[in-house]
Design a protein around this ligand. Structure first.
Ligand SMILES: Nc1ncnc2c1ncn2[C@@H]1O[C@H](COP(=O)(O)OP(=O)(O)OP(=O)(O)O)[C@@H](O)[C@H]1O
Ligand SMILES: [Mg+2]
Length: 224
């Protein structure tokens, strides 16, 4: 494990960070198995959910491998170009069960597509943590919109919900490791997102109105 000083810089590389990140694919697989247990599920959906469940298990395995073998910062890792549309669709599917249970309307708008240049597993971590927060913020029948666009230099992903919103006081501390307002939160999801995104030379911003909703905007350098 890494030294104390680095823990705040790379929260995803601490023991609690790894545990936190492995819980996400486990939760996803559990939800997908619940969907697959429906005997009336059409065959194409059965195939799709099974594929995503396997990918999520692979992701958990990769996270464990990283924990055991590799604490290398992103700048020294092999970078991959990832199709953002495929990554967003996969993150949405991995949360489908929780979304269905809460009756949340989730939609994605692909204004443009782009390739992101970072390890695939890390882009999944960012998308899943932001989507999880949005789902948790929404009440029953809430709505979440993911919009993918780009400007000259950056690919842009916006995740917008009409959930509880964030107080001005909490906004100041949002990305600080272990800051949480949730009864069962650990408060490291956003600090992990920030660490991964900044390591990839991108940035993350938030706009929120208490009681109305929140938008997280992630900018990542274009892969090409
Ligand atoms: N979409 C959102 N709407 C409202 N509040 C949010 C949203 N996303 C994050 N927050 C606030 O930011 C805090 C920190 O989020 P973060 O994801 O880091 O931790 P957490 O969700 O509390 O716990 P966990 O580590 O399990 O993800 C949350 O406790 C919540 O107060
Ligand atoms: Mg969270």
């Amino acid at each position: 494990m890494i030294e104390n000083q680095e823990k705040l810089q790379y929260p995803e590389k601490t023991a609690v960070g790894f545990a936190h990140e492995i819980k996400n694919p486990i939760t996803a697989v559990r939800g997908l198995l619940q969907l697959l247990a429906n005997p009336d599920l059409p065959a194409p959906k059965r195939t799709l959910y099974s594929e995503v469940a396997i990918e999520e298990l692979d992701r958990a395995n990769q996270l464990l491998n990283n924990m055991v073998y590799d604490n290398t910062p992103l700048s020294y890792q092999t970078l991959e170009t990832i199709d953002i549309k495929a990554a967003v669709n996969k993150a949405m599917l991995s949360y489908e069960q929780a979304i269905q249970v809460k009756g949340i309307q989730l939609q994605a708008n692909f204004m443009s597509s782009f390739k992101a240049l970072l390890p695939k597993i890390q882009l999944s971590q960012v998308l899943v943590n932001l989507l999880k927060n949005a789902v948790e913020a929404c009440s029953e029948n809430g709505s979440i919109t993911i919009t993918v666009s780009k400007d000259d230099n950056f690919g842009i992903i916006s995740i917008k919900d009409n959930g509880c919103g964030i107080s001005a006081e909490a906004l100041d501390k949002l990305f600080t490791p272990f800051f949480t307002t949730k009864k069962h939160g650990t408060g490291i999801g956003l600090s992990i997102c920030k660490s991964i995104i900044e390591e990839a030379q991108g940035c993350i911003k938030v706009h929120s109105i208490l009681g109305e909703g929140t938008e997280f905007i992630v900018k990542l350098p274009l892969g090409y």
